[in-house]
Design a protein around this ligand. Structure first.
Ligand SMILES: C[S@@+](CC[C@H](N)C(=O)[O-])C[C@H]1O[C@@H](n2cnc3c(N)ncnc32)[C@H](O)[C@@H]1O
Length: 239
């Protein structure tokens, strides 16, 4: 699988049009994630992969907010949003989520909105999120996970190499994600009717990571599509 450098390039490329394309589309998921987290004034909260800061105005006043992202283009959008909304108490850093430059237990809660499928190694990133979040703190995700419908699954798997080139992976299954990260969500909610996007509310027990990811094979694609898949093998996701 292409690494973080490719993803950083992609999001710098999108930065100028990201809000135009994705703001409304992702808004209800962001609101649900914030409702699940229920941030309180005085709390220290980290958003990993803050992007252009679309979630930032949704936090209540008095929250001590930190956002990190490794795309300077996306961060510039976040600075603009902070200025335009007159947000106070927001700190933004250019930082890689695989190596968070914060001491252990720095935050009461950590948010990952539409982020976890943009990293090549979600398992490692979640360990970093657990490390910087205090024990008993909240870790909340809103993200696409593979749909419960097996036919949609095969489409998601087949197009995974293309989506990865476009900046995210479409083939992460929720049970695999939970197994590899050893997260046990207290609450999982659907954001849309097809079950493509979900919010996860987890309490940080500082558990060790689970086993490395195991990929299932494509099951229902017609043979012709499978052959095409083989021809496109050089684009396939690799560890
Ligand atoms: C799909 S955007 C989501 C942005 C925002 N959370 C939202 O709700 O719109 C994913 C963001 O994660 C960032 N990102 C991906 N991998 C990262 C990493 N390893 N470290 C820091 N940021 C990363 C990208 O630059 C991008 O801004």
């Amino acid at each position: 699988m292409a690494g973080g450098g490719h993803i950083e390039w992609v999001y710098n490329f999108y930065a100028g049009v990201y809000d135009l394309v994705f703001n409304r589309f992702f808004e209800s998921g962001r609101r649900r994630a914030l409702a699940a987290m229920a941030p309180r004034p005085g709390e220290k909260i980290l958003e990993v992969g803050v992007g252009t800061g679309a979630c930032l105005p949704m936090f209540p006043g008095g929250v001590d907010l930190t956002g990190i992202d490794f795309s300077q283009g996306m961060l510039d959008g976040a600075y603009k949003r902070v200025r335009e909304h007159g947000l106070k108490g927001v700190r933004l850093f250019k930082m890689d989520a695989t190596k968070l430059d914060f001491p252990d237990d720095s935050f009461d809660a950590v948010l990952a909105a539409y982020f976890i499928t943009t990293v090549p190694d979600p398992r490692a990133v979640v360990q970093e999120m657990k490390r910087v979040c205090r024990r008993g703190g909240r870790i909340v995700f809103v993200n696409h996970f593979m749909a419960p419908n097996v036919f949609i699954n095969d489409i998601e798997r087949f197009f995974a190499p293309f989506f990865w080139r476009a900046g995210w992976r479409s083939d992460l299954k929720l049970p695999d994600f939970l197994r590899m990260t050893n997260l046990k969500p207290e609450k999982v909610e659907l954001v849309d009717r097809l079950g493509l996007w979900r919010t996860l509310y987890c309490v940080n027990h500082k558990d060790a990571a689970g086993p490395e990811e195991v990929r299932e094979k494509t099951r229902f694609l017609p043979a012709a599509l499978k052959r095409w898949g083989k021809r496109l093998a050089p684009l396939k996701l690799r560890k």
